[in-house]
Design a protein around this ligand. Structure first.
Ligand SMILES: Cc1cc2nc3c(=O)[nH]c(=O)nc-3n(C[C@H](O)[C@H](O)[C@H](O)COP(=O)(O)O)c2cc1C
Length: 414
């Protein structure tokens, strides 16, 4: 049941089964450090009753952001601020993980026109540069950077890290036979494509304390022809289990095939299923002994309870409902409400909207929640979308400006 605690393999106990999944906040300053607004947001979410909170995309280096405003965990981090973020997020009794990420070829062109990737295949979307295929030494350095960031997260007081190996970012693209076209030991057979992810996980596990949670977010499938698929996902999950991972979160899709945040619409004749990765995940769960978390579309308590009772998942990940009502977990657990809020159902089908509009509306609400204390849910969809794009543009300008002021030789400025 969703209110039951869960003991992870490393002995850490989560107080219930509700998890706030990662949602990129865009609330770091121009030097990639957490702002007061980001701390407010996490304190608010921590007080809302969830058992576990996961930060949004937290890059391991400032050249591979998912966008400006990501908070970075590296040697330049302001550890005072990072520690304050962890402490405030934990103040309500939730455990907190930092989601460590490297955006790879999905790094915006303005941040890095030549991002490091597993191959030189360019993303089929505008706004992304020409990736450079990493050398052996650069891939080893990526594993070292993930490990260094995990150590910093531990030092700052986080309960653990989630390694982001989903949604088409570097580790996810390395798993994909469509994107990873290497002929060396990092490409080809699945064990080669999984090498980068496994070396990251192995190195992190070896260098953090046993009580520090190590999780991985993995695609159930890329949902792209010739991409990483369900069968391979189950095999990689087994490999991760053997490396001492404490739980695996299942999601799906990439920037080119954005299936992670689907929204059904009342205007569609069919209402999309809740927990849209659940059936894929159930096959993975049956092969594992470590806990599984499934994220994507869960809203009604009854569906969540059935998913756990039928042993399809152990943890229920949710994102967008936390933006609408940070207190919904406590209300759901006490029975005050039967379902988490689902405002996305009020929006038209994605095909009738500009690309990314619903996601961007939520991103804007998230920033409002952090900076003003509350989302503005009556804001029209297209206006929220436009305001978010404008805010990212100015955050990018501030970031580039700060890079140039930094003046370090290694930091090329625009
Ligand atoms: C505004 C927003 C930002 C997101 N950022 C991230 C992210 O940084 N990392 C990640 O793994 N998933 C990210 N996601 C995906 C969510 O973690 C989650 O998988 C998705 O929203 C589906 O869950 P939901 O239906 O409960 O919202 C984001 C989703 C939203 C809505």
């Amino acid at each position: 049941m969703i209110e039951q605690p869960l003991e992870l393999p490393n002995g850490v106990v989560l107080k219930n089964r509700i998890v706030k999944s990662a949602m990129s906040e865009a609330l770091a300053d121009a030097r990639n450090n957490p702002t007061a607004a980001l701390m407010e947001l996490f304190e608010r979410w921590g007080a809302g009753g969830a058992g576990l909170l996961i930060t949004g995309n937290t890059p391991i280096d400032p050249w591979h952001l998912e966008h400006a405003g990501n908070f970075v965990l590296d040697a330049q981090s302001d550890m005072g601020r990072v520690s304050e973020l962890a402490a405030r997020a934990k103040s309500g009794g939730a455990k907190v993980l930092a989601q460590l990420a490297h955006a790879g070829r999905q790094t915006p062109e303005a941040i890095n026109p030549q991002p490091l990737s597993i191959s030189d295949l360019r993303l089929n979307l505008s706004g992304y540069g020409a990736p450079v295929a990493a050398t052996d030494a650069q891939l080893e350095d990526v594993a070292e950077k993930f490990t260094r960031s995990a150590e910093l997260a531990q030092e700052a007081g986080f309960d653990g890290v989630e390694v982001h190996a989903a949604h088409g970012y570097l580790l996810s693209s390395a798993l994909s036979p469509r994107i990873n076209i290497r002929k060396d030991r990092w490409g080809g057979a699945l064990e080669n494509r999984a090498r980068l992810l496994l070396s990251v996980v192995r190195a992190v596990r070896a260098r953090v304390a046993p009580g520090f949670i190590l999780a991985v977010k993995l695609n159930s499938s890329d949902f792209e022809k010739g991409g990483f698929d369900h069968q391979e996902s189950a095999l990689v999950a087994k490999m991760l289990e053997a490396e001492g991972v404490d739980f695996i979160e299942i999601s799906g899709g990439t920037f080119e095939a954005p299936t992670a945040y689907q929204h059904s619409s009342k205007k569609q004749s069919t209402i999309a299923r809740e927990g849209y990765f659940l059936d894929y995940a159930a096959a993975i769960k049956s092969a594992l002994t470590i806990p599984l978390m499934v994220t994507g579309g869960f809203r009604s308590g009854a569906v969540m309870k059935a998913a756990i009772a039928e042993a399809k998942t152990d943890l229920i990940g949710m994102g967008r409902p936390f933006i609408v009502d940070p207190d919904f977990p406590a209300k759901l657990l006490s029975g005050e409400i039967a379902a988490a809020p689902s405002v996305e159902r009020e929006f038209p089908p994605a095909d009738d909207l500009p690309r990314g509009a619903v996601l961007n509306w939520f991103c804007h609400q998230l920033a409002l929640q952090g900076s003003t204390g509350a989302a503005a849910l009556s804001l029209p969809l297209i206006e929220g979308h436009a305001r978010y794009l404008a805010s990212i543009e100015s955050a990018t300008e501030r970031l580039l400006e700060a890079r140039c002021q930094g003046g370090g030789q290694e930091l090329r400025c625009h």
